[in-house]
Design a protein around this ligand. Structure first.
Ligand code: ZN
Length: 256
């Protein structure tokens, strides 16, 4: 008898979680009103330089992200003039739990639970409206870190952990990384080769019908890079040279 009750309760919890994820996905892919995206800057390396950079950040530094979604949404016939609203919150004191690079499926599941717990508390800023998507921006001094650690955007939980460089000259490429992870949270998948990092053809190419094919001037956002030759790719400087491809538009339900 009790065993049946326990199993029933467990099934009920699992069903509630699944329903919640489904409702989240529906709400974030409806594009009926601007999607509120909270940006939570954090000091990723604890350095004084990063702290200075954080203190100087303001909402204007992220306006290019809103412009990017407005421009690309319009291209796909979206009626909404501003699909994404980014809201900058003051720098927070605590870092999100780190994902062990060698973590298996169970380790990843545990990490994502801890991350949800962290996000629920860290994203609560007194006097400020809660945002639907929460992106934790971990800034690093580029002098002490050659490559930023992997960023993660999770559709389940609507959370992103984004690693960026604390350098004003990299604000453009930081914007590309933020837009990429934001798109993961609303259902977009990667369009680059996970081994080499090169854009996948054709879906990772912005101008796939171009003759000659190389060099590509623009990048597809979920590829993140543009192929300049058959063997080389680079990251554009700003979101002005980045587009949303038709496959990505379908995944996030800009098209059907
Ligand atoms: Zn990605």
């Amino acid at each position: 008898m009790w065993k049946t009750v326990r199993i029933f309760l467990l099934l009920l919890v699992l069903l509630a979680v699944a329903l919640h994820s489904w409702l989240d996905a529906r709400a974030t892919q409806s594009w009926q009103e601007p999607l509120w995206v909270g940006l939570f800057p954090l000091n990723g390396d604890g350095s004084a330089l990063t702290q200075q950079y954080l203190a100087a950040l303001n909402a204007r530094d992220f306006a290019a992200i809103e412009d990017f979604f407005a421009r690309e949404g319009k291209r796909f016939g979206l009626k909404l003039e501003q699909p994404v609203h980014v809201e900058l919150y003051p720098p927070g004191p605590k870092l999100p739990p780190a994902l062990d690079p060698g973590a298996g499926p169970l380790g990843i599941a545990w990490w994502s639970l801890k991350l949800r717990w962290f996000a629920a508390h860290a994203a609560e800023v007194p006097g400020r409206a809660p945002s639907r998507i929460r992106l934790f921006l971990l800034y690093h001094d580029p002098a002490t870190l050659e490559h930023a650690p992997d960023s993660h955007g999770l559709q389940k939980g609507l959370i992103g952990v984004v690693h960026l460089f604390a350098d004003p000259s990299m604000a453009g490429s930081n914007g590309i990384v933020i837009a990429h992870e934001l798109l993961h949270t609303v259902g977009a998948s990667d369009k680059y080769d996970l081994g080499s990092g090169a854009p996948r053809f054709p879906l990772g190419y912005a101008d796939r019908d171009q003759q000659p094919l190389y060099p590509q001037e623009r990048a597809e956002i979920m590829a993140g890079r543009r192929a300049v030759s058959a063997y080389q790719s680079d990251m554009p400087r700003t979101l002005a040279s980045v587009v949303v491809g038709p496959e990505t538009a379908l995944e996030i339900r800009w098209t059907h």
